[in-house]
Design a protein around this ligand. Structure first.
Ligand SMILES: Nc1ncnc2c1ncn2[C@@H]1O[C@H](COP(=O)(O)OP(=O)(O)OP(=O)(O)O)[C@@H](O)[C@H]1O
Ligand SMILES: [Mg+2]
Length: 226
């Protein structure tokens, strides 16, 4: 059994109009690898990320996490997997505006009733991300770069084995983009987290160990950066 992520002949089509978006994609990602995903707009990067993480369904093929097929998991097991094993970072950070930064970071823990247990850890993550000064503010009172770092802190609170990030630097200036990349590298090294990060930026892509590139829904290249 392969212990990382095994993507086998993955296809994703949309019906109306009929469109093949992902075309027989095959690759394996070893546990603990930091992978960037690049490709032109519309090449299928977000679709791939959602298909791999089970956020979206697939048309055919399989995605295995340590041998377990995510699209064949019963609902309860899938929810458990999502709550405890995966973290997501979206291009738009979707922080809840009415609650504090600390409470936002604790949201995934609240879902599983672990928010009390995790509070000290949430404060520690905020401190590691230079965000302690934001903990008790609402998201409307912090900057865009701070918001994006908060959304990464939120993705990390359950210490997931896998992180999926869709253009986490998309809305950031270069100083904040670099901070976000440094955080991903640190999380990857410190916790051996497997990370898949979509990016348009060739420089950021190279900071991941490996880059997978899509072209028109097909795997175009797959290179090791270091
Ligand atoms: N729900 C949907 N129904 C039909 N077509 C869709 C749907 N979602 C995405 N597509 C199409 O699939 C293709 C790939 O979309 P996707 O969002 O994966 O691209 P992307 O590589 O992430 O692009 P970007 O860099 O602009 O975010 C696009 O042509 C898009 O229009
Ligand atoms: Mg996209």
């Amino acid at each position: 059994m392969y212990t990382g992520i095994d993507c086998i002949s993955l296809n994703r089509s949309f019906e109306n109009p009929p469109l093949e978006i992902l075309k027989s994609i095959n690759f394996q990602i070893p546990k603990g690898q930091f992978v960037s995903v690049t490709g032109r707009s519309g090449s299928g990067k977000s679709t791939l990320l959602y298909a791999l993480s089970g956020l979206d369904k697939i048309t055919s093929g399989k995605v295995l996490f340590s041998g377990e097929s995510i699209h064949d998991m019963p609902e309860k097991q899938l929810n458990h997997f999502r709550n405890f094993k995966m973290g997501f970072v979206f291009q738009f950070h979707y922080l809840l505006p009415e609650i504090t930064v600390l409470e936002n970071v604790l949201m995934p823990a609240r879902k599983t009733n672990l928010h009390k247990v995790k509070e000290a850890e949430a404060r520690k993550i905020l401190e590691d991300f230079s965000l302690s000064h934001c903990a008790d503010k609402t998201p409307g009172k912090i900057s865009g770069g701070e918001s994006q770092r908060v959304s990464i802190a939120r993705a990390l609170i359950m210490r997931p084995k896998y992180i999926f990030a869709d253009e986490p630097t998309g809305n950031l200036d270069s100083a904040n983009g670099e901070k976000v990349l440094a955080l991903f590298q640190k999380v990857n090294q410190d916790y051996k987290t497997t990370i898949l990060m979509v990016t348009h930026d060739a420089g950021y892509a190279k900071l991941a160990q490996r880059t997978i590139s899509l072209n028109d829904g097909q795997l175009e290249s797959d290179t090791m950066n270091y």
